[in-house]
Ligand binder design. Structure first.
Ligand SMILES: [Zn+2]
Length: 137
């Protein structure tokens, strides 16, 4: 397996964590008690670090960690859905990708359909309740 992917992942991870460090430093000028923060147990510190990450960064960090585990397992670069090898070009752009392009777009399509269905349901209910109100008048 090409080690560039591992290097990419590690540097992405480092970049993310450096971002948190900066957040903590920025936080020091606010009402956050930095002394207490750094004295806290490591687990607590980790928890707080995660807390300081946005949801997007957390998801990304988890995806990066999972990809690193897959490199160790030797399953890195395999699509989790169909088991096909993920295109290397795709992995260069998205080193933590778990699906091949085909499966990814299918999954996205399904999610999109799902959200459209929910939207239709909502519109339907809205319509019904409006009609109800009319008849009640
Ligand atoms: Zn696939």
């Amino acid at each position: 397996m090409d080690t560039t992917f591992k290097k990419n992942l590690l540097s992405m991870r480092e970049g993310l964590l450096r971002g948190i460090d900066e957040n903590i430093k920025k936080g020091s000028s606010s009402d956050r008690d930095v002394g207490d923060f750094y004295d806290a147990a490591d687990i607590e510190k980790d928890r707080q670090m995660m807390h300081m990450l946005g949801e997007r960064e957390q998801t990304k960090l988890k995806a990066i960690d999972a990809a690193l585990v897959r490199i160790e397992d030797g399953t890195y670069g395999e699509c989790e859905e169909c088991g096909e090898t993920i295109n290397k070009k795709r992995l260069k752009i998205l080193p933590f990708a778990i699906y091949c392009v085909k499966c990814q777009s299918e999954i996205e399509q399904k999610l999109k359909q799902k959200s459209e269905e929910t939207m239709e349901d909502r519109l339907l209910y809205k319509d019904i309740s409006m009609k109800d109100m009319e008849t009640n008048d």
